[in-house]
Design a protein around this ligand. Structure first.
Ligand SMILES: [Fe+2]
Ligand SMILES: [Fe+2]
Length: 188
């Protein structure tokens, strides 16, 4: 009973500073947290697939491992925000990640698809926050997520295209790498 009262009191303390934070936004933010954690889990599984001795792609391993860490940071950032708004964090079970990928290209294409879904959900959170007249939540999403998502999606799209070019025309791909590395006057 004392434990229950304690929990109730703690919940009341949260509610004291709660202002203009709709239940619908709270639920949508919880969905976003769980999506970020799902992406974290998926990137982690992919990262260690490409670390296997029979796959051995150390570059892709570290790229995906970094992406996994970023998704966890995103989840934690929203959790911190949820507590600031007086909401209740509800974590759900993280789904089992897709186990492995045929090759680097398939993994990167899957990563881009996942990012587009996450971005769509962020846009939905923003639309809901606008509808509920919650400028603070709109600002939080805009300032911390929207541009980073678009930037990350461009990086993935570039990597996918470069990998396709390396498959189709290695000479053309290498020529472009030569230009990046300071062909003509850039290297001096
Ligand atoms: Fe994310
Ligand atoms: Fe991401």
């Amino acid at each position: 009973m004392a434990n229950y009262c304690c929990r109730l009191w703690a919940r009341q303390m949260c509610m004291i500073m709660r202002q203009n934070f709709a239940k619908s936004c709270e639920q949508k933010l919880n969905d976003q947290i769980n999506m970020e954690l799902k992406a974290c889990h998926q990137y982690l599984a992919m990262a260690f697939h490409f670390d296997r001795a029979d796959v051995s792609s150390p570059g892709l391993h570290s790229f995906l491992l970094k992406a996994s860490g970023e998704e966890r940071e995103h989840a934690e950032k929203i959790m911190k925000y949820m507590n600031k708004r007086g909401g209740q964090i509800v974590l759900s079970a993280v789904p089992e990640p897709l186990p492995c990928f045929q090759d680097s290209l398939a993994a990167l294409k899957h990563a881009l698809q996942m990012e587009l879904e996450v971005n769509q959900h962020l846009l939905d959170v923003h639309a809901l926050a606008s509808k509920e007249n919650d400028p603070n939540l709109c600002d939080f999403i805009e300032a911390n997520f929207l541009q980073e998502q678009v930037d990350g999606q461009k990086v993935l799209a570039d990597l996918i295209r470069q990998l396709e070019r390396a498959h189709d025309d290695l000479g053309d791909y290498l020529f472009d790498k030569y230009l990046i590395n300071g062909g003509m006057h850039g290297g001096k």
